[in-house]
Design a protein around this ligand. Structure first.
Ligand SMILES: [Zn+2]
Length: 74
């Protein structure tokens, strides 16, 4: 059985393959609540961004996730 932990909140998932509540974002595994929080956090930044590019979005996602992992929360 593979056991992985969320990179942000360190919550352990015993059976991530059947639970389907783990997500891979920019080479990190994060749980569903953390993913929701991350999306919520960057939503206000993404809204109103002109012009919108995938490169910019990925950088924003990577930066936000990096900060969240350092703090241990989003
Ligand atoms: Zn988490």
């Amino acid at each position: 059985m593979i056991s992985i932990a969320c990179d942000v909140c360190k919550k352990k998932m015993d059976d991530p393959q059947t639970d389907r509540n783990f997500f891979y974002v920019i080479n990190h595994s994060i749980c569903e609540p953390c993913k929701d929080n991350l999306e919520y956090q960057i939503k206000s930044t993404v809204r109103g961004r002109e012009p919108f590019t995938m490169e910019w979005y990925e950088k924003l996602l990577r930066d936000s996730l990096g900060k969240a992992i350092q703090k241990g929360k989003i």
